[in-house]
Design a protein. Structure first.
Length: 224
């Protein structure tokens, strides 16, 4: 395991060698140099608690949302048409990830977004690797999401809302932005009922890694 002060990226094992759980490393510090190396290979940290070493994984099945198959329910379309909220990108990354960490989630007693995760991703954001979408009601942040640019493919990490539909509308804003940059899909890691309704599906790790490499070969710039 690299030391906290390491300036060299950890050499993660080939993700195709992982089992279905996808575990590839334990205890690698959540720092920009390791985050960049991991996401570029389809790997991400998945902490259990602040008391345990951080697992880095590439699951056997990966959830993706292809924009051509996006299903926007009628009620959400109507909410989008009526809203007067302001949507921004990378205006308040620290506030978004902190709000995601504080969000209550069914079936979870705590959050996987630990203080070390917040610090690591905030540093990665300052280096241009992590990005956020914000939803504002006046000066109040009411929803948002954050994720990683894995070299032309956006990997979504977490969302939050303080008002109904705020996180879902943040996602639609992100999809519009990514589409304008030529992207056709995004990585959502784990399939949830919410994303399944929107049209997300699981694909095998091998297919995901192939598609990730293809996106990286295009040299697409998603932000900035």
């Amino acid at each position: 395991m690299p030391s906290p002060a390491s300036a060299e990226p950890f050499e993660f094992p080939d993700p195709e060698l992982a089992d279905d759980d996808g575990l590839l490393a334990l205890g690698v510090p959540v720092q920009p140099v390791h985050l960049r190396a991991a996401y570029s290979r389809g790997i991400f940290p998945w902490p259990v608690s602040p008391r345990h070493p951080v697992p880095w994984v590439s699951p056997g099945q990966r959830a993706v949302l292809e924009f051509a198959h996006l299903n926007v329910p009628k009620t959400l379309r109507q909410a989008r048409q009526r809203t007067n909220w302001l949507f921004t990108i990378d205006r308040a990354f620290a506030a978004v990830i902190t709000a995601c960490a504080a969000a209550r989630r069914p079936g979870q007693r705590g959050t996987w977004i630990t203080p070390a995760m917040i610090a690591g991703y905030a540093a990665f954001h300052r280096e241009g690797g992590a990005h956020s979408v914000e939803v504002w009601d006046g000066e109040r942040l009411v929803g948002g999401l954050y994720g990683i640019d894995a070299g032309g493919l956006f990997t979504g990490e977490s969302m939050f809302h303080l008002e109904p539909n705020a996180s879902k509308l943040a996602l639609l804003h992100l999809i519009d932005h990514l589409t304008s940059r030529g992207a056709t899909w995004l990585d959502i890691q784990q399939l949830t009922p919410h994303f399944e309704v929107l049209g997300a599906r699981l694909i095998p790790r091998r297919e995901f890694l192939r598609r990730l490499k293809s996106e990286q070969g295009l040299g697409r710039k998603l932000f900035g």
